[in-house]
Design a protein around this ligand. Structure first.
Ligand code: COA
Length: 296
């Protein structure tokens, strides 16, 4: 066997690969000049230390440059002891696509993480051909409803609607009881999401009472994917968003009914799989939810 070929040519990326990885991902996901994939997915940025994350790459024939492929895995948990392995940022340079590199990379990642104890893997995709052939199956449901269908009162008295990120969002959103349990480093990344259109509602005393995030750049365009607040505050915020951005759709699912019972009254207009799943099903599938930024 050739030296360095023990893993089929795959090696773990280092911070020295960051420029090549940025280029590879930004090109692979069709971003325009000047945009970076890591603005929408800072979690996969090799320069940011994240416990348990793996980024595996295969070098091209010229050795030093990454010419071919990136595969990534990060570990997180829904509720202990249900560790999940998230797969993302799978990309092959266009000049070498169709030669089995993505399949080989995924196979390598699945084996490597299985050897480390992983028993379930999940990902999001708009094209499931590769993943279905590797044992991933559509799992659960997520629904969307146009935001203009949601009624609510306009802001009262001194309540203020604001647009843009504010540092107190991180702690406010962390109060939600559903969604992945993120490490501090991961939830701290919310502020690094450069392309989310954040909205908030504050009480007369400037207390945060509702937060909502729309879009994520290349992902979740026009979709309100992260929110928190009381029913009345959220309804007020959604009515304000609907006035400005009437095409927006609200993303939700039945695992959120326990925390936001009023969502049951909405009529889903679009339904998609919650994710693609491989391996042991979760012990509490009815609790499984991912906020849009969980996949960051
Ligand atoms: C998807 C992608 C990674 C496939 O890479 P690749 O190295 O060409 O893939 P492989 O040669 O290993 O092919 C494996 C399977 O992928 C499937 N496939 C091909 N193009 C695909 C695509 N755009 N999306 C999903 N699956 C695809 C094929 O069914 C193929 O199976 P087959 O060999 O039985 O025909 C590559 O097209 C890419 O980088 N696309 C842009 C980034 C992207 O969309 N990534 C996926 C995000 S979820």
């Amino acid at each position: 066997m050739e030296p360095g070929r023990a893993n089929g040519g795959w090696r773990s990326a280092t911070p020295r690969d960051s420029h090549s990885l940025d280029q590879l991902c930004s090109e692979g996901f069709g971003l325009s000049e000047g945009q970076s994939f890591f603005d929408d997915f800072p979690i996969w940025d090799i320069r940011r230390p994240i416990d348990g994350r793996l980024i595996e790459v295969m070098d091209g024939p010229k050795g030093s440059q990454i010419l071919s492929q990136l595969g990534s895995v990060r570990r997180t948990s829904l509720t202990e002891p249900d560790p999940l392995t998230l797969v993302g940022a799978v990309v092959t340079r266009s000049s070498v696509q169709g030669r089995g590199l993505a399949r080989s990379g995924l196979d390598h990642l699945l084996r490597k993480t299985e050897a480390q104890g992983a028993r379930s893997w999940l990902l999001w995709t708009g094209d499931d051909r590769l993943y279905r052939s590797m044992g991933f199956k559509a799992f659960g449901s997520q629904w969307r409803t146009t935001i203009t269908k949601i009624s609510g009162n306009p802001p009262s008295g001194q309540q203020r609607v604001r647009r843009g990120w504010s540092p107190d969002f991180t702690a406010f959103l962390a109060k939600r009881t559903r969604g992945l349990q993120m490490s501090e480093a991961e939830s701290g990344m919310l502020r690094n999401l450069k392309n989310v259109d954040w909205w908030s509602l504050r009480s007369p005393g400037e207390q945060l009472i509702a937060v909502a995030g729309i879009g994520k750049g290349i992902d979740l365009g026009g979709i309100l994917h992260d929110w928190h607040g009381s029913e009345a505050a959220l309804r007020t915020l959604f009515v304000e968003i609907a006035r400005e951005l009437p095409e927006t759709t609200l993303l939700y699912g039945s695992p959120l009914f326990a925390e936001y019972p009023w969502l049951k009254q909405l009529k889903p207009e679009f339904e998609d799989p919650l994710c693609y799943w491989r391996g042991e099903p979760p012990s509490r599938p009815d609790e499984l939810w991912f906020w849009g930024c969980d996949s960051c």
